[in-house]
Design a protein around this ligand. Structure first.
Ligand SMILES: [Zn+2]
Length: 364
């Protein structure tokens, strides 16, 4: 099954420009678990060379039938940024490889003490693997398909948690200056990631920014802004890139974050999230922010994990019915799809988008 890449691109472009596409686009955030199932390869086999990684990425995205081209080893600065930190600091012992799922760094071990934070070495993203392999793969994918840009910084909270662990939550109250020092180092590393990305994969048109601190059960909005938000705004201003905000938490500060970013002069073109699950909340969001593309619709731990194919279809149908007619909608299950999500429920999303997403939307 070969996808029409040009049609995928035009569909997405129309939505982002506020025009009517032929149908609602579909994006999947693939990642290691689903890629291992489809390719039959281990994570380390998938990243054994840029050519293999590019080839398997195209294979997986074609199989899923989506309109994007997500690298099968997630290119955002989460787990693999942890690996780069482990390597740059001569501490590969704190990184845990997994064969058929996402590997991870043991949290809080690289920055246990103040001295650790002072001495933390920032990875050189044009040299420290797996980043050069990822960037070269993105370049190959673009040459073959015209798709595949995916600059995914994480400023800063996922990195704070990887490096400092749960101690960071005490630092917010007891040791804010030290935590700020760590955030500045993370910013410097994310800037290096951005420069290496541009050099090796080309200039992206937007940044897919992960905003993990912005959830009510994590931090107050003020603290989330202080230790994450201001770095997101700085990155957007310095790169001049518009942002797609990703937030897969359960109690997100979507409205507050977008309004604050606007105040700071940052352009937010899309919101990738699934919570709140109440579809009417998204109808209100659409009224409030008519120019922001909604990339969501269903959560991977709801119908996709626990429901039937019919449940998945009905959820996608209901979302498209209420939010499709006004445009600016990309169905995107959030977040990455873990092993617990059955393959038939993943395919059910694709079938439902094809069945109900054609414009003009006509669902009774
Ligand atoms: Zn996520």
């Amino acid at each position: 099954m070969i996808r029409d890449y040009q049609a995928c691109l035009e569909r997405t472009r129309a939505v982002m420009l506020g025009k009517e596409p032929d149908r609602v686009p579909l994006y999947f955030l693939t990642s290691e678990d689903v890629a291992a199932r489809i390719t039959g390869l281990t994570v380390r086999e998938m990243i054994s060379s840029p050519e293999v990684l590019a080839d398997k990425t195209i294979m997986v995205n074609n199989f899923l039938g989506c309109d994007n081209m997500a690298l099968v080893t997630n290119a955002y600065c989460g787990p693999f940024e942890g690996l780069a930190y482990a390597r740059a600091n001569g501490r590969e012992d704190v990184f845990v490889w997994k064969d058929y799922t996402t590997p991870f760094i043991r949290e809080g071990l690289l920055c246990q003490t103040e001295e650790d934070i002072e001495n933390l070495v920032i990875p050189d993203h044009s040299q420290t693997e797996p980043w050069p392999t990822f960037f070269k793969a993105i370049k190959i994918i673009q040459e073959k398909t015209g798709m595949g840009h995916q600059l995914g910084p994480s400023l800063t909270w996922s990195n704070v948690q990887m490096l400092r662990g749960s101690q960071a939550y005490l630092d917010v109250k007891l040791n804010p200056d030290l935590l700020m020092k760590l955030c500045e180092k993370i910013y410097a590393s994310q800037w290096d990631y951005y420069e290496a990305y541009c050099k090796m994969a080309g200039q992206p048109v937007s940044a897919f920014e992960c905003s993990y601190a912005f959830n009510r059960h994590m931090l107050s909005f003020e603290d989330a802004w202080k230790f994450e938000g201001q770095f997101i705004a700085r990155f957007a201003r310095e790169t001049k890139l518009p942002l797609i905000i990703h937030n897969c938490g359960f109690k997100p500060y979507h409205i507050e974050l977008i309004e604050k970013l606007w105040e700071e002069g940052v352009s937010v073109i899309a919101l990738n999230a699934s919570h709140p699950l109440d579809i009417d909340w998204w109808v209100d969001f659409r009224k409030r922010f008519p120019d922001i593309t909604i990339m969501g619709g269903l959560h991977v731990s709801a119908e996709m994990e626990n429901g039937t194919e019919e449940d998945v279809e009905n959820r996608v149908k209901a979302f498209i019915k209420k939010l499709g007619p006004q445009g600016r909608l990309i169905i995107t299950p959030t977040c990455c799809m873990p092993w617990r999500v059955p393959m038939y429920n993943i395919k059910a999303v694709t079938h439902a988008v094809e069945k109900y997403g054609k414009y003009p939307i006509d669902i009774d």
